[in-house]
Design a protein around this ligand. Structure first.
Ligand code: PLP
Length: 395
């Protein structure tokens, strides 16, 4: 008789965004004259830049001609895009071979799919709070999960605890939801720990483009020795507004071996078996992101979001509220005033300021008294939301 994967029954209901949307809708219905400003969205709002859409338009034209039409491409991505990504990494001092770069439809798929090549017997270490995908994908496989506590004391950047053993370690920097970013020395500590435990680090750099501090690492591979113990996941979603266009990349170094087996070889086998590549049109658009013009244009968009982050952090500084993020990240993670529960603060802010954010509880136990605001709104709405927040808290 057919059996289901019963691990799915162990997943908690994914109610965070449904619940926040439900509460916002109910409030809006009861108060049709009030304008709610949404500061909880984790999605970009600015359109694709011209360099990208021009490249995609050209690719569409190629696809319409018999001579230049393309069918299936290489599962791991076209060489033109791998080379563009390799050049980008070279820009911050990381040398990659094209065969270490795997192009995909985004980081979320790769973060989930990578578990195909890692045993279900592995013990997993995940920071709390964090992007919920790491926890859920491991619950689906039935792996044992332990947590690394991120809190005010460590500025939401937990460091290794040698008393805890782990085989798979997730790190996300700059972090979603906390916006906190590890220094190179801190990442070096994690690399040392991973090597001591014969573990592999799954490093999520989806927000690397928001780093402004040149001393902060944009890639774990800027840490010596990391290629022997880490896989890096990145995405054009937040870098270039590809959330709806879909393109990301995963770097599996040739140096990375587990029990004498190259993970690069396993991942290639996995991808060539289960994945048929990203659309040619999208890959041409992605290539344009890394062009000189593309980089200039995406930086304008990122700069726009950064200004919003600054508006938020300036308001929080004025209010004397503890927060992380906002400087090298589009996320601002604030401590709910008076030790409030994050859902209570959500309701308070919605009712008193007509501003919606995301309760920290949705990202883990350590988020229950924290709140995430995002920089993906407009300048005008962000500024108004902060004025309303200040007025509500001063009441
Ligand atoms: N990693 C983190 C930390 C994210 O916050 C997100 C999206 O919000 C992703 C990965 C997923 O990115 P993609 O759109 O490439 O699947």
């Amino acid at each position: 008789m057919i059996k289901i994967n019963e691990n799915y029954l162990n997943l908690k209901e994914n109610y965070l965004f449904a619940e926040t949307a439900g509460r916002i809708n109910a409030f809006q219905k009861a108060n049709p004259d009030k304008k709610v400003i949404k500061m909880g969205i984790g999605d970009v709002t600015l359109p694709l830049c011209k360099a990208v859409t021009d490249a995609m338009t050209e690719a569409v034209a190629e696809m319409s001609e018999k001579e230049s039409f393309r069918g299936y491409g290489p599962e791991q991505g076209y060489e033109f895009l791998q080379s563009a990504i390799a050049d980008y990494y070279a820009g911050f001092g990381v040398k990659l071979e094209n065969n270490e770069i795997f192009v995909s439809d985004g980081a979320k798929s790769d973060l989930g799919n990578i578990l195909d090549i890692l045993s279900k017997d592995n013990k997993v270490l995940i920071p709390d709070p964090v992007y919920p995908v790491y926890v859920d994908t491991n619950i689906m496989d039935g792996r044992e999960i332990i947590f690394a506590d991120a809190n005010e004391e460590n500025c939401f950047l937990p460091m290794p605890d040698y008393d805890k053993d782990a085989d798979i370690i997730y790190l996300c920097s700059p972090n979603n939801p906390t916006g906190a970013a590890y220094s190179r020395d801190q990442l070096a500590e994690w690399v040392k720990y991973a090597k001591a435990k014969n573990a592999v680090i799954l490093f999520d750099s989806a927000y690397e483009c928001f780093i402004v501090d040149d001393n902060l690492p944009r890639s774990i591979f800027t840490v010596p020795g990391a290629k022997e113990c880490a896989i890096e996941f990145c995405s054009l979603s937040k870098t270039a507004g590809f959330t709806g266009t879909r393109c990301g990349y995963t770097v599996v170094p040739q140096e990375l071996e587990v029990s004498g087996v190259k993970l690069n070889k396993l991942w290639l086998r996995r991808q060539t078996t289960k994945f048929n590549g990203v659309s040619y049109i999208v890959q041409r658009g992605a290539q344009a992101v890394f062009s000189e013009e593309g980089q200039k244009q995406i930086k304008e968009n990122i700069g726009y979001y950064r200004k919003n982050a600054e508006i938020i952090t300036t308001a929080l500084d004025e209010l004397g509220i503890f927060y992380t993020g906002g400087k090298n990240s589009p996320y601002i993670w604030l401590k709910c005033p008076d030790g409030a529960d994050s859902w209570d603060f959500f309701d308070f802010l919605l009712k008193e300021a007509n501003v919606a954010g995301t309760p920290g509880a949705g990202f883990g136990e350590n988020g229950k008294n924290y709140f995430r605001l995002t920089a993906f709104s407009t300048h005008e709405n962000t500024a108004e939301a902060m004025e309303r927040l200040k007025a509500a808290l001063k009441k």
